[in-house]
Write a protein that binds this ligand. Structure first.
Ligand code: 1YM
Length: 681
């Protein structure tokens, strides 16, 4: 029985749910929207529609009813509180996970309006929570809704998908309360239940298990990561999270007065900056939107170069939503970055007159950058609707960055020169790498000469083929002898492979061990990597269960991450789990993969204290037969499948590990080592 556990190799930089961004699609109701609009403009309530629609097709509103959709409910309510903060009225947001998995979100803003809304005949709170598409603008007006993409539908969607939902508003000296049940039915109208001298909104809801059939259990880490990101993107707002489900409450508080500047520092933890502090550019521009009113588009960009070689460190957002596919804000940034760096280098004669301009990729090597825009009417495009399409944003971002980065360079000549040096090195590396890549391309086109160290398998069907990358020649020898020759290939690695996080690309290609891996896998690298060409559908990293083994494993994962990302995305990479102990009783061998198992084994076999057992210090101590029986035989082995769910999270994990500071690395390795030990319970 094969047991393969999924795990990500990542830490916690950017939240998981960034993978999906869902927005309500309301094509069915387009005509209704227009009619209703004309009728109800006075109150800005767009469509008064029941919540049954949401319960009937929850996926349309929250994307999925699996765990991501469940958490989406929290994001919706938090978004409303963040909007209130962005409007300038709220400083603190508290999220609490209650026993029983209801969630409370509380803010200290103005409180949702409690007055009657003429067109619905209900209070503002009831309107917001029971009417689909109730815009957020009844009452005093002020700041447009920027958080999330649902434009005010959030509250009613959450209510529709909850068993019950309670809203308490403190406003104008009164405490008001309303409760909804069974998917949003008002259970006694909004009522004044007391007096107060503060203001704010508190919402508690319990997701309906009839909708969330997969799970109704909230994940602390998921919520924590999301709230941290919200706190980075909305500097100055204090957001705290408490989990009261366990015996001991757990809690975290996030407050980043530096906003996205601090986000960049956070992502760069452990890396050595090239240009000192984080560079910050920001600005706003007035635009006239469809209904003739003027609104502002805000843009902020924070950036810092480090001595790393990655070129994927640009994270972009619109209205607090991650725009994974980029868009006009990123284009505007790229334009300005390219122009500013080239202009500076040329005007200070840092670039040879005859040399071609630096490319945008050259300028982005080692750059970590967060771009955040707030737009009253964002248009999303692309396959996953995570690409910002508004063309006016290109100009706004490029103007802001163009002017302010130039200014920064002029005021900080040392930083500017360091950046240009870095970009120059990147350009050189790019040219050297181009040449090296050409060599590799040719080699993978022609009759592939497989590396001499590779003991290939006989099957040519990649689906059943496995490549074991084995630490050390001696373990490699045992693996070669013990394996199933038909489906299992062995590539021994001698010592440590090059740290690709730190090394220049051209050096990476020249490294023998890496060259062997590229040829063995046979699908090229980077942009030319073609996952359909891989020669093995399982690539298994088999290292010793010690610190060196951990290190080699991480180096290999970093290599795959940088050069063959689709391998990780497709779940083709595994980590073998060799046993730690062997006990021999009456000629039979028993294996334990961790300390607990060893204890269980002693009990099960009824061994006297002091009965001898072997502790494996390395793979090399196992003979071919043992290695096969314990670690390679598909019918008994345990392996961990590595997947990368979130590129940014992994980026942080890898660079924490590979970066220049020792502490995060030690920390990660020990965490990681523990994680491996705890696996096979
Ligand atoms: C815990 C969730 O919803 N706070 C909140 C919401 C609103 C207001 C203040 C508010 C807005 C306005 C005027 C305005 C509103 N939300 C909605 C809707 N916290 C939370 N705090 N006065 C108060 O925008 O003009 C309507 S008002 F529709 F989004 F739910």
């Amino acid at each position: 029985m094969e047991e393969e556990k999924k795990e990500t190799a990542a830490a916690d930089a950017v939240p998981e749910e960034d993978r999906f961004t869902y927005r309500a699609v309301d094509s069915d109701n387009e005509s209704t929207v227009e009619k209703a609009d004309a009728k109800y403009t006075a109150d800005n309530i767009q469509v008064l529609e029941g919540l049954e629609a949401v319960r009937k097709r929850p996926g349309m509103y929250i994307g999925t009813t699996a765990a991501a959709g469940l958490h989406h409910l929290v994001w919706e309510i938090v978004d409303n509180a963040i909007d209130e903060a962005l409007a300038g009225y709220c400083k603190h947001i508290e999220v609490t996970i209650n026993p029983g998995n209801s969630v409370t979100v509380q803010d200290d803003g103005r409180g949702i309006p409690v007055d009657k809304v003429a067109k619905s005949g209900l209070s503002g709170v009831e309107t917001a929570y029971t009417m689909l598409h109730a815009g957020g603008k009844f009452g005093e007006g002020g700041g447009y809704k920027v958080s999330g993409g649902l434009h005010g539908v959030g509250a009613s969607v959450v209510n529709a998908l909850s068993l019950w939902c309670e809203v308490t508003v403190h406003k104008d000296g009164g405490v008001y309360f309303v409760r909804f049940e069974d998917g949003g039915k008002i259970k006694g109208h909004l009522e004044r239940i007391g007096d107060c001298s503060d203001s704010g909104t508190k919402v508690t809801f319990l997701p309906d298990p009839a909708i969330f059939t997969e799970t109704t259990v909230f994940n602390y880490e998921t919520i924590k990561n999301h709230l941290r990101q919200m706190a980075f993107l909305n500097g100055g707002v204090r957001i705290s999270l408490t989990d009261n489900r366990g015996e001991q409450p757990q809690s975290d508080t996030f407050l980043f007065n530096g906003g996205i500047k601090e986000y960049v520092s956070f992502i760069n933890t452990g890396k050595t900056p090239i240009n000192g502090e984080v560079i910050f550019c920001s600005g706003a521009e007035e635009v006239t939107i469809l209904d003739g009113t003027n609104e502002r588009i805000y843009a902020e960009v924070a950036m810092q170069w480090t001595d790393h070689y990655n070129s994927d460190g640009v994270y972009s957002f619109c209205n607090n939503i991650s725009t994974k596919e980029g868009g006009t804000h990123v284009e505007g940034f790229n334009l300005a970055l390219n122009r500013t760096v080239n202009d500076y280098a040329r005007s200070f004669k840092l670039l040879d007159e005859k040399a071609p301009n630096f490319t945008t990729d050259d300028c982005r090597e080692g750059l970590t950058c967060v771009i955040s825009v707030k737009h009253p009417n964002p248009q999303y495009e692309g396959q996953t609707k995570t690409k910002l399409g508004n063309s006016e944003v290109r100009k706004i971002v490029s103007t802001i960055v163009g002017q302010q980065l130039k200014q920064y360079f002029l005021e900080h000549p040392d930083a500017a020169k360091a950046v240009v040096e870095k970009v120059k090195t990147a350009a050189k590396g790019r040219m050297a790498a181009q040449a090296a890549r050409e060599t590799i391309r040719k080699s993978s086109l022609g009759v592939t000469t497989l590396p001499g160290k590779l003991a290939d398998c006989s099957s040519k069907n990649p689906e059943e083929c496995e490549l074991y990358i084995v630490e050390g020649d001696s373990a490699g020898g045992s693996a070669k002898t013990g394996r199933d020759r038909k489906t299992q290939a062995i590539l021994p690695l001698r010592g440590k492979i090059l740290n690709v996080e730190k090394a220049r690309e051209d050096r990476i290609f020249k490294n023998g061990e890496i060259g062997n891996m590229i040829t063995a896998i046979g699908a090229g690298i980077r942009d030319n990597f073609d996952v359909s060409k891989i020669r093995y559908h399982k690539i298994v990293i088999m290292t010793d269960a010690d610190v060196d083994g951990d290190h080699i494993r991480i180096l290999l994962l970093t290599f795959f991450y940088r050069f063959m990302k689709p391998l990780l995305e497709g779940g083709y990479v595994y980590i073998a789990q060799p046993p730690l102990y062997k006990v021999e009783v009456k000629g039979n061998a028993y294996y334990a993969y961790n300390d607990d198992q060893l204890e269980e084994l002693k009990k099960a076999l009824d061994l006297k204290p002091g009965y001898p057992f072997q502790r494996y210090k390395g793979l090399g101590e196992m003979d071919a037969q043992q290695l096969w029986e314990t670690t390679m035989d598909p019918s008994v082995r345990k392996m961990i499948r590595i997947t990368i769910d979130d590129a940014a999270r992994a980026e942080k994990a890898f660079s924490d590990l590979m970066g220049d500071e020792v502490e995060p690395r030690k920390d990660f390795i020990s965490r990681n080592a523990k994680f491996v030990q705890n696996l096979d319970i």
